[in-house]
Design a protein. Structure first.
Length: 725
């Protein structure tokens, strides 16, 4: 293999696979040779292209061209130009005859003609000037794209990302990025500071460039939000930015502080002393401040409080224990109330009672949860229609139909799985409620993991007791072994495999003898190959979910999904999955289990939704069944990039979901991530059986390690401040 950089030109003759971030096919060069190519480009059949990269000897596909970037070949001979004009999908009104006339007349002078004399091109082609002006726009756009692609190749941008930038900045894109490459952070999703900075530094961008320092500060604030914090201490922010920017000067911290103060003065960042001087995104601070003001009205008499509450409780909730009765009473007595408790503490029965009492009083009751899975589960156990919070708010991907001027029409709103609700979603929900009409009941389990997004609403409320709160502490009699054993983890105890057996299954399995990570993986594959279906009668795709703390490593989601895909495609469908090259995403095949990683409102598929691939086309198009809804994703769509294999997922990703069987990986190699709330959240995803798989030390350490998920939130200040005053 030679790594010498070179380029090849020709027409794409065959496309084996084409997607926004990777394509493979055959190219016919000007001298008639046919070469195979593959790389991070986006191609279409019949496109004249120039590929830049190097030749490689692939162990499976032989000699081929590894394309690093692609440009449209606009330096074409007459035959190539005629082919381009006649076959380019965006060129309208130019058929083969007109294309040949243009190519024969202008030849290599076509570029100058179409740019400066479009009327002469129209005359030669005998075509309407409107068609030629459209052609002019396409030609210039392709030329701008080529210029941008050549410059942006170093950034590793995909075809779609370059197209986005060229569409926004036009021919100025290169000069804009030369002046300030950190614009990429604002314009391209997924481009963080470190990625852009690495390229910018290679290009000679000075370390003290003001936009670089500001971008670094903003990166540190965004990193805090990604960690779930709503603010960062002022001095801590300076330290983090100083470490990130590596400015190599004695006064670097002072220089950074000057820019930080300027960002605060301009309102780009917010800073205020609470118990200490903190810095935050202004929007997050505003949301938490407004939330605190709303929540402090919770103790007001509820809009549907009734005198005969005890009689209603006796009639509709005869089996409620005293804690549950208190929660139901609060739900109607106060404007906002909270009920929280662990697995098996009776939250669902209390919610069912609230619903039945509301209906008895002829009140409209609405149930909601943060995710589709959680809403569906709530609907099934309560027997009352439920929706996601986003759907309740009428969110279409861009705007909300419900807000302060158009509030949600309901008398009682029950929001389940509040531990998953972050600050922006909570703020948006309360903005869309008329608390003079609607009583809000928040329900959750404060023992579970906090939300993926910023904030810690449920725990802030439990700690402050700022709203009427009922803590359900008693495990109800009907809870069963699975929930009893799950709750025992909160006391640091992992009980052994249960004796209780329902037909062929037990509710609780602990397999803890594997100290080597490879042995854990082999045991997991053995379970799928010989046990889960054959002995426990589970559907391997729909019933079983592997949960692990991390994405990386031999026991992370990435490697486990590749192994499980290979095993299950062979076992269930007789298909041999080709090897996945290092660093490449695995392809999807018919029958694969996948998960959506971002909200896609155009497709109507939300973050965390799981589906099964119904059809996988060779060109990259997919048809996926998401909970009975078939969704088609085109080969050119970026939506494919929002999908991942889902045989194994992170524990965070499946909060609010339940599966008949959950296999939880708990191994000492993950000890840096372990704590009992993580393990508790994982095992409570199981509806019938849980299998804890790992080593004894890793499992015990996970249950023993108490980690208080104290996030930096303004609510922790504001609610406690209000309760103290």
């Amino acid at each position: 293999m030679t790594l010498e950089r070179t380029s090849i030109r020709g027409v794409v003759e065959t496309v084996f696979y084409s997607g926004p971030t990777f394509s493979a096919g055959r190219l016919r060069t000007a001298d008639g040779a046919v070469v195979k190519f593959a790389g991070k480009v986006f191609v279409r059949a019949s496109d004249p292209v120039r590929l830049e990269g190097h030749w490689v000897d692939h162990p499976k596909y032989g000699r081929q061209f590894d394309a690093e970037f692609m440009g449209h070949d606009l330096e074409m001979n007459p035959d190539g130009l005629a082919n381009f004009l006649a076959n380019h999908p965006d060129v309208k009104g130019i058929g083969p005859a007109k294309a040949r006339s243009i190519a024969d007349h202008f030849g290599l002078g076509f570029d100058a003609a179409i740019r400066t004399r479009p009327d002469t091109v129209a005359a030669v082609a005998k075509a309407p000037i409107e068609n030629i002006l459209d052609l002019q726009k396409i030609w210039i756009a392709n030329s701008d794209f080529n210029t941008a692609m050549a410059y942006l190749a170093a950034f590793g941008l995909t075809h779609h990302q370059v197209t986005t930038l060229v569409g926004k900045f036009g021919s100025q894109v290169v000069s804009i990025l030369e002046r300030d490459p950190y614009v990429l952070m604002r314009e391209i999703s997924g481009f963080g500071f470190k990625r852009v900075d690495k390229i910018a530094r290679k290009m000679g961008t000075p370390k003290d460039l003001p936009s670089r320092i500001r971008a670094g500060l903003h990166c540190c604030v965004l990193a805090a939000l990604d960690d779930g914090d709503c603010w960062i201490e002022y001095e801590d922010l300076l330290d983090r930015a100083n470490t990130l920017l590596v400015m190599d000067t004695l006064d670097s911290r002072e220089v950074i502080e000057g820019h930080l103060d300027a960002l605060v003065a301009e309102g780009v960042l917010f800073s205020q002393p609470f118990e200490r001087l903190v810095v935050a995104d202004p929007e997050i601070h505003r949301m938490e401040t407004e939330l605190a003001a709303i929540l402090t009205t919770a103790c007001q008499r509820g809009p549907h409080a009734v005198a005969e509450m005890d009689q209603l409780l006796d009639a509709e909730g005869g089996e409620l224990n005293p804690e549950q009765r208190d929660a139901v009473r609060n739900a109607l007595a106060f404007s906002i109330s909270l009920m929280t408790g662990g697995a098996g503490s009776g939250k669902t029965y209390a919610v069912s009672t609230i619903t039945s009492i509301g209906e008895r009083l002829e009140l409209k009751v609405v149930l909601a949860a943060p995710t589709g899975k959680a809403a569906k589960r709530l609907e099934e156990v309560v027997g009352h229609e439920a929706s996601t919070i986003h759907r309740l708010l009428g969110f279409n991907g861009h705007t909300y139909s419900s807000d302060a001027l158009n509030p949600i029409e309901t008398d009682i709103l029950v929001v389940d799985e509040v531990s998953m609700v972050d600050v922006p979603l909570a703020w948006r929900l309360f903005q869309a409620l008329d608390l003079k009409r609607t009583a809000v009941v928040l329900v959750g389990d404060h023992n579970q993991l906090p939300p993926v997004g910023p904030g810690n609403l449920l725990r802030d409320l439990v700690r402050s007791r700022a709203i009427p709160t009922t803590l359900l502490t008693k495990i109800i009699r009907q809870a069963g072994v699975l929930k009893e054993n799950s709750t025992a983890i909160l006391s640091g105890e992992v009980r052994p495999t249960s004796e209780e057996q329902n037909a062929t299954r037990r509710p609780w399995y602990v397999i803890d003898r594997f100290t080597d990570r490879d042995d854990v993986r082999r045991m997991l594959l053995l379970l799928f190959d010989e046990v889960l279906r054959e002995r426990l009668t589970y559907d391997l795709i729909r019933d079983v979910q592997v949960l692990t703390p991390t994405h990386k490593g031999p026991l992370g989601t990435v490697e486990l999904n590749i192994e499980l895909q290979r095993l299950l495609q062979k076992k269930l469908f007789g298909f041999d999955v080709p090897d996945v090259e290092p660093g490449r995403r695995p392809r999807f095949y018919t029958g694969d289990k996948v998960i959506q990683t971002k909200n896609d409102y155009e497709l109507g598929v939300m973050n965390g939704a799981m589906g099964v691939v119904l059809g996988a086309e060779t060109d990259g198009g997919l048809t996926i069944n998401f909970d009975g809804m078939p969704v088609e994703i085109g080969k050119d769509s970026d939506a494919v990039g929002n999908l991942q294999l889902a045989y194994a997922t992170s524990i965070h990703k499946v909060q609010g979901s339940e599966f008949p069987c959950a296999i939880v990986i708990a191994h000492k190699s993950h000890s840096f991530m372990h704590h009992r709330n993580l393990l508790y959240t994982a095992v409570t995803r199981a509806k019938e059986s849980v299998i804890i798989l790992g080593d004894r030390w890793g499992i015990d350490n996970c249950a023993a390690k108490r980690q208080v998920d104290r996030r930096n939130t303004f609510l922790s200040f504001l609610l406690n401040q209000d309760t103290r005053s």
